[in-house]
Design a protein around this ligand. Structure first.
Ligand code: UD1
Length: 432
């Protein structure tokens, strides 16, 4: 819990190796519960959400041994199927343990996830799919109780290609009796990561990355070695910071096909890109960023909602005006007000935000309210004139590994000051 002190005006530039994907790691760690031997996962990002997921695994009885970015997980000693409210409060993605525990033990109890900083985030699609596969679900005293005598494959039509729902169905279907087909499945790269991991453990999955995924249930999953791919959102964050400060950046580790919509948008602002060796991305920003277009967030391959706050931050400095429509999560413009305190011209009308570019931002004292919104404020602070004080590092730390060190390495002037009492610990809200 702390505050970033940023002295803006320095270029973010140089070469950086992007760390492992947060949203790719969390489902893989939940999936470790399904393997009947040890699993070794490499290239973990050392961020709060990942460390807390490892704590959850330990709390349910798994043996977890981490050395740096590599963790060995042995789930043979699972001792409970219950995940209490403390854990769910800390980690929204603990919802994925529901599918994993139900698959493994035919029983799972999870505290009901409540609202969070980026909208209501219901879990109705997860539960409807589980019921269709044979689960009986009841809710009492804030706990969801799921049990199944038999889990049976079936056709599931998702009303929206939800990432978490697709992951949860995959987790349950890999050992279900018969074949499951997910129609209108999410196509995000994180789904591909989870499917690759499960396949490495012996699962039969076809079609991941498309809107129809077929899963043929198997009796047993074994252990595996697996490497987490690079984080497309971390990569995008540094691209925005570099573009806003006029720095040239080279990012290593990213997968080209995951970056399409983000690079396309940055290209429209005048940034130029080229790939070298298929995993080294170079970016050269223009002298002045430009806008005059509309961004609509949506399921992959559309523009990712997680990049929306960052690109909003970038557009505050682009000549012209731009509209962003947020179609995935409600209430995801939390960074808008703080950006305006820094001199930005942003108007928000429900799920739409209009941004008129200004010549410069000025340093200010602002508060992060969620993970990506917090990172967006740091990018703005890097580009602003003078000093900024950005409170609420606990949000940023959920998804970025020592972002202050990364920015310093790339030429920024940023320090993290630990502060005990700025927010009460229980006020840390769940996002993403
Ligand atoms: C995941 C990512 C998050 C990203 C999001 C969309 C992780 C840990 N989080 O979140 O970073 O922003 O995908 O790319 O990987 N919905 C329902 N009912 C449900 C489930 C979802 O109505 O049962 C709605 C949500 O409220 C939201 C939309 O569907 O409006 C998308 O949610 P979903 O794709 O499930 O996002 P997450 O998996 O929560």
């Amino acid at each position: 819990m702390g505050t970033y002190i940023v002295r803006g005006g320095r270029k973010i530039e140089g070469e950086f190796h992007v760390r492992g994907s947060k949203n790719g790691t969390l489902p893989v760690l939940a999936a470790c519960l399904l393997a009947e031997d040890e699993v070794v996962v490499e290239n973990l990002p050392l961020i709060r959400d990942v460390l807390q997921t490892l704590d959850i695994l330990q709390e349910v009885g798994c043996r977890v041994e981490r050395r740096g970015r590599t963790v060995t997980i042995d789930s043979r000693y699972l001792s409970t199927v219950e995940i209490g409210s403390e854990m769910v409060k800390r980690m929204r993605s603990s919802i994925l343990f529901l599918g994993a525990l139900l698959c493994r033990e035919k029983r799972a109890k999870l505290a009901y996830p409540g609202g969070c900083a980026i909208g209501r985030r219901p879990i109705d699609m997860h539960l409807t799919a589980f019921e269709k596969m044979g689960a009986v679900i009841s809710a009492e005293d804030g706990m969801l109780d799921c049990s199944a005598e038999k889990v049976t494959g079936c056709h599931i039509y998702l009303p929206f290609p939800s990432v978490g729902t697709t992951e949860n169905i995959l987790l349950l279907a890999v050992k279900a009796e018969g074949v499951t087909v997910i129609h209108n499945a999410a196509r995000e790269p994180e789904i591909v990561t989870l499917a690759r991991f499960l396949r490495a453990c012996g699962a039969e999955i076809y079609g991941e990355g498309t809107s129809s995924i077929l899963i043929e249930g198997v009796c047993r999953l074994h252990g595996a070695y697996f490497t987490i791919p690079a984080d497309r959102i971390e990569g995008g964050t540094f691209l925005c910071a570099a573009a806003m400060t006029g720095g040239e950046l080279a990012l290593r580790g990213l997968e080209r096909e995951q970056m399409g919509a983000v690079l396309e948008t940055l290209r429209m602002t005048g940034c130029r890109f080229f790939w070298e060796d298929s995993d080294l991305l170079w970016m050269k920003p223009p002298r002045r960023l430009v806008s005059d277009f509309t961004i609509v967030t949506g399921p992959f391959p559309a523009f990712p909602t997680d990049m929306q706050p960052l690109v909003m931050s970038l557009l505050t400095l682009a000549k012209g005006s731009c509209m962003i429509s947020e179609t995935v999560f409600e209430a995801r413009f939390s960074q808008g007000e703080a950006l305006c305190r820094m001199g930005a011209d942003i108007r928000i009308f429900g799920e739409n935000a209009c941004i008129r570019g200004v010549e410069k931002l000025r340093g200010a004292e602002v508060c992060a309210k969620d993970l990506r919104g917090g990172a967006a404020l740091l990018c703005a602070a890097m580009a602003a004139e003078g000093e900024s004080v950005v409170h609420g590092s606990q949000y940023v730390e959920r998804g970025y590994e020592k972002i202050e060190d990364a920015f310093s390495f790339l030429g920024g002037d940023i320090k993290l000051r630990e502060e005990r009492n700025f927010y009460a610990e229980e006020k840390i809200e769940k996002t993403e």
